[in-house]
Design a protein around this ligand. Structure first.
Ligand SMILES: *Cc1c(COP(=O)(O)O)cnc(C)c1O
Ligand code: SF4
Length: 324
């Protein structure tokens, strides 16, 4: 096993483990639990009411939604554009490929929290099924690995996917969307860095990583160490964030997040309006409130540091700007 896989194996996964670690009980919720120890320690240091605790520790509301049947199961309409196991094709030029439904952490607000089961075939594309799809879709110039979290795959498995893409001269961008760099920074191994570097240098497809981060306190020294490796290897690193009630729904936290990322050469790309997902409705806020927070940022952040504020619709029509 690689080191990051051992770290993952040592994570907190049961209510009892959470209770022992944090010294207080947690409500029973009908969703999986997973908190790697490094993150658990950060949560403890920040305090159990902090933005990290809210994102990763279970809350009673999750179960309430299940009972009342409120909230959406598929809030962004993944199902509408599903073209086979793990392949979603909504926009003409790019496809989402999900090689695994697994993640290194269970974000309580996750928009796919009702869809990502460990054995879900809907989020398991194989290299060969991906190849089959691309053979008949020359209009696609970008493959976006998502999940779950694509960096849950080991380096040698990931390499199979990258090798498979090498056959397609029309693929010019290869993108990874991942929570891993802020959760288990050890995942940014030298091998992974080398693989992505090679993709960019030898295969004519530019590799890019979009990290998922919602609060500047997620970006610590260990996280930066991993990301700097990629940046040194000329891999573009961008960030996407979700606006979440109680976590970052104030101007100063959003400002700090985007400004702090940009200072490290990580470009804020999207600010997602939260989805009204079943089990995550307690993070939801109205788009009018989002606009009140976002618009003043234009005045205090350089344009290249301000992400697009977007929302998704449950009918699967895709992202639209939440503010114009
Ligand atoms: C968000 C998304 C993408 C990526 O869109 P970009 O605007 O290129 O970041 C691609 N496919 C689907 C289905 C998406 O939801
Ligand atoms: S990493 Fe992404 S897909 Fe996984 S639980 Fe968090 S939000 Fe959901």
């Amino acid at each position: 096993m690689e080191r990051w896989q051992n770290i993952l194996a040592d994570s907190l996964r049961t209510p009892k483990q959470l209770e022992e670690f944090f010294g207080r009980p947690f409500p029973k919720v009908p969703y999986s639990l997973l908190v790697p120890l490094r993150l658990a320690q950060k949560i403890k240091d920040q305090g159990l009411e902090g933005p990290l605790a809210l994102q990763f520790l279970p809350q009673k509301e999750e179960g309430d939604h299940m009972e009342s049947g409120s909230g959406l199961i598929d809030p962004i309409g993944d199902g509408v554009h599903q073209k086979g196991p793990g392949i979603i094709h909504r926009y003409r030029s790019r496809i989402l490929v999900s090689p695994t439904p697994l993640c290194p952490v269970e974000c309580r607000y996750c928009f796919r929290k009702n869809l990502l089961e460990e054995d879900s075939p809907n989020y398991r594309a194989s290299p060969s099924s991906m190849k089959r799809y691309l053979h008949s879709h020359p209009e696609v110039n970008e493959v976006i690995f998502t999940g779950g979290d694509p960096l849950m795959l080991g380096d040698s498995v990931l390499d199979h996917y990258l090798e498979a893409l090498g056959d397609f001269a029309h693929i010019r961008f290869i993108r990874f969307h991942s929570r891993m760099p802020v959760v288990i920074p050890e995942r940014i191994t030298d091998d992974l860095t080398e693989m992505l570097k090679e993709t960019t240098q030898k295969k004519r497809a530019r590799a890019c990583l979009v990290i998922h981060i919602n609060h500047l306190s997620e970006l610590d020294g260990d996280v930066l160490l991993g990301l700097k490796k990629l940046q040194k290897a000329h891999i573009d690193v961008l960030a996407q964030s979700v606006l979440l009630r109680g976590v970052n729904d104030n101007i100063s936290d959003l400002y700090d997040l985007f400004f702090g990322l940009a200072l490290e050469g990580i470009r804020p790309y999207y600010l997602h309006h939260p989805d009204p997902v079943r089990g995550g409705l307690h993070f939801y806020l109205p788009v009018e409130r989002g606009r009140e927070l976002y618009l003043p940022l234009r005045d205090i952040l350089p344009g290249h540091v301000l992400p697009h504020y977007v929302r998704d619709d449950a009918n699967g029509t895709g992202k639209t700007l939440a503010v114009i």
